[in-house]
Design a protein around this ligand. Structure first.
Ligand SMILES: *[C@@H]1O[C@H](CO)[C@@H](O)[C@H](O)[C@H]1NC(C)=O
Ligand SMILES: *[C@@H]1O[C@H](CO)[C@@H](O)[C@H](O)[C@H]1NC(C)=O
Ligand SMILES: *[C@@H]1O[C@H](CO)[C@@H](O)[C@H](O)[C@H]1NC(C)=O
Ligand SMILES: *[C@@H]1O[C@H](CO)[C@@H](O)[C@H](O)[C@H]1NC(C)=O
Ligand SMILES: *[C@@H]1O[C@H](CO)[C@@H](O)[C@H](O)[C@H]1NC(C)=O
Ligand SMILES: *[C@@H]1O[C@H](CO)[C@@H](O)[C@H](O)[C@H]1NC(C)=O
Ligand SMILES: *[C@@H]1O[C@H](CO)[C@@H](O)[C@H](O)[C@H]1NC(C)=O
Length: 466
């Protein structure tokens, strides 16, 4: 039988299978847990002398309230409620078994005085601050070694008032790396939901060395030209689920990372099992979903589905460099809609940017088993700019069912990559031209299992018979 199938046969089978997917497709959801759903004790920040006038600095009130609530940590935890008002504060530190809950008309405002954002150590997997050597300013909401932390609200707001930080960055008057809005380190059971994040000085939400992180139904907004205002950056973290988010910022909407060059290689903590559902957003300078460029601890098992990016520089980007080491593998991205995007798929093998001169240029990253499928694009300039690393080809890159209306006369530019494709328009580049079906479906991450599962649901065994 093998070899006797024509393209028409393949299309017919795919069409049949696709009917099956449509009927079985539900709306996937992050696994729900009961942690933090009910806290037996609750206090309001106003009971601790805080004033929500947008002028009074409330750092001490936040810290005192949390210190008080610490005594309930072993009694089911406690809730700190932030009522309607504008609550100016510097960085404060969260504890385990805490729910920070904002009223719908509550705004936590970050102080515009950098002294209210004290310094903290660089991350061991970065060896230094990301933008400057040495320590970094601590995030507005910060936690280390925590378990069971909930940050939520009825779409209340956390506003970093980042304009001053962006200006300090632009006029090069910063001494240390800018702070995030939320950073949780070494924590387990983190749940962030139903909030709006505005104007972060730097990255917005940064879980690092964490596990079991859920981010649901958040809106993240910063000006499209604000520097490095990444939306959500899971970093050396596992079991992270992000869903129903709208992000419009000046950098990558979601960037999955795991440490930087020799520091990330020796710390060796990967990001794995990262799930993303229903992400909508725009980023004029960067990418909807990015992996890297810091990926030295490895990134694997990323499943992202139902993504809509508009008015953006790139849809999906993998960025790395000689010196990074590590790996990016077992990545599955599907159901992507692009509108007014410069480059649908970007692979950058020479990103550069090293922490110092001690990186090992022979530490080459392993990039393999990347599947991107079911992508449509309107007003896309270039379909793919995909550049691997010489003598370190990125392999088993699989593209399936991409339909892009592209304005550039040379829609693909591929080098040092290898892979397979089917049903891609405009016609893909030479290194990816070999067809996936039937011979190479097992060389493509997820695709073979995925289709096999569908065909058995459909009662058929067409693919197994190949
Ligand atoms: C976190 O835990 C580590 C390892 O147990 C410890 O060395 C460190 O001091 C802790 N940090 C904080 C802020 O609790
Ligand atoms: C998202 O948040 C808004 C405002 O808090 C709420 O009205 C809506 O029901 C939430 N949606 C989900 C899916 O949780
Ligand atoms: C939450 O508030 C933001 C900012 O005001 C708004 O853009 C967004 O639509 C709101 N989200 C929901 C789910 O109501
Ligand atoms: C840099 O920007 C800050 C914030 O806007 C401003 O206060 C400061 O005067 C500027 N410094 C220089 C050297 O331009
Ligand atoms: C978000 O808010 C909606 C509406 O209040 C609520 O039904 C939902 O449970 C909340 N979601 C989370 C994840 O807290
Ligand atoms: C290709 O993807 C589109 C959505 O982008 C979907 O509607 C269509 O059914 C897919 N076709 C196949 C053969 O899977
Ligand atoms: C393809 O990309 C390479 C390197 O990224 C660049 O030097 C070359 O000019 C590009 N070719 C075309 C036809 O765009």
């Amino acid at each position: 039988m093998k070899g006797s199938f024509t393209l028409v046969d393949v299309l017919l089978v795919l069409a049949l299978l696709n009917e099956a997917t449509l009927t079985v497709k539900g709306r996937p959801h992050c696994k729900q847990t009961n942690s933090g759903v009910f806290r037996p004790h609750s206090v309001s920040i106003s009971e601790f002398g805080a004033v929500g006038d947008g002028q009074t600095l409330n750092t001490k009130a936040f810290q005192n309230a949390i210190f008080y609530l610490n005594s309930f940590a072993d009694k089911g935890g406690a809730q700190l409620f932030v009522p309607a008002g504008r609550w100016l504060t510097g960085s404060f530190v969260l504890i385990s078994h805490l729910t920070l809950r904002l009223d719908k008309d509550a705004t936590i405002l970050g102080s515009t005085n950098s002294d209210d954002w004290p310094l903290t150590d660089p991350l061991p997997s970065y060896g230094r601050g990301r933008e400057l050597p040495g320590g970094r300013h601590r995030s507005l909401l910060y936690g280390n070694n925590l378990t069971d932390v909930v940050i939520t609200g009825d779409n209340g707001t956390i506003d970093g008032q980042g304009t001053v930080w962006w200006n300090w960055f632009r006029n090069e008057t910063l001494d240390y790396t800018r702070p995030h809005l939320v950073e949780l380190m070494n924590s387990n059971g983190v749940f962030i939901s139903n909030l709006t994040f505005l104007n972060s000085p730097f990255w917005n939400i940064h879980p690092v060395y964490c596990s079991q992180v859920r981010v649901q139904n958040v809106t993240i907004i910063a000006p499209l030209d604000s520097p490095n205002t990444d939306g959500i950056d899971p970093d050396s973290s596992n079991d992270v689920c992000i869903e129903d988010c709208y992000i419009s910022t000046g950098d990558d909407l979601i960037a999955i990372k795991s440490g930087w060059d020799e520091y990330g290689i020796s710390f060796a903590r990967p990001s794995t099992n990262i799930i993303i559902h229903r992400l909508v957003g725009e980023t004029r300078s960067s990418s909807g979903i990015a992996i890297g460029s810091e990926m030295s601890g490895g990134v694997s098992e990323v499943h992202a589905e139902d993504l809509q990016f508009f008015n953006s520089n790139a849809g999906i980007t993998i960025k790395t460099s000689p010196g990074r080491g590590g790996y990016v593998k077992n990545i599955f991205i599907s159901d992507v809609t692009l509108m007014d995007v410069n480059v649908a798929i970007r692979v950058i093998g020479q990103y550069g940017e090293h922490p110092d001169e001690f990186y090992d240029p022979n530490a080459l990253p392993l990039i393999e088993m990347i599947t991107i499928q079911d992508v449509t694009g309107e007003n896309v300039k270039v379909a793919g700019l995909m550049e691997g690393i010489k003598e370190d080809d990125f392999h088993n890159i699989c593209l399936f069912n991409l339909s892009l209306s592209v304005s550039s006369g040379s829609p693909w530019n591929c080098s040092y990559i290898q892979g397979y494709s089917d049903l891609v328009s405009p016609e893909t580049c030479q290194p990816l031209k070999e067809r996936i079906f039937p011979e190479h479906s097992s060389d493509c991450y997820h695709l073979s299992d995925h289709l096999r599962r569908m065909s058995s649901r459909n009662g058929g065994d067409q693919f197994l018979s190949w």
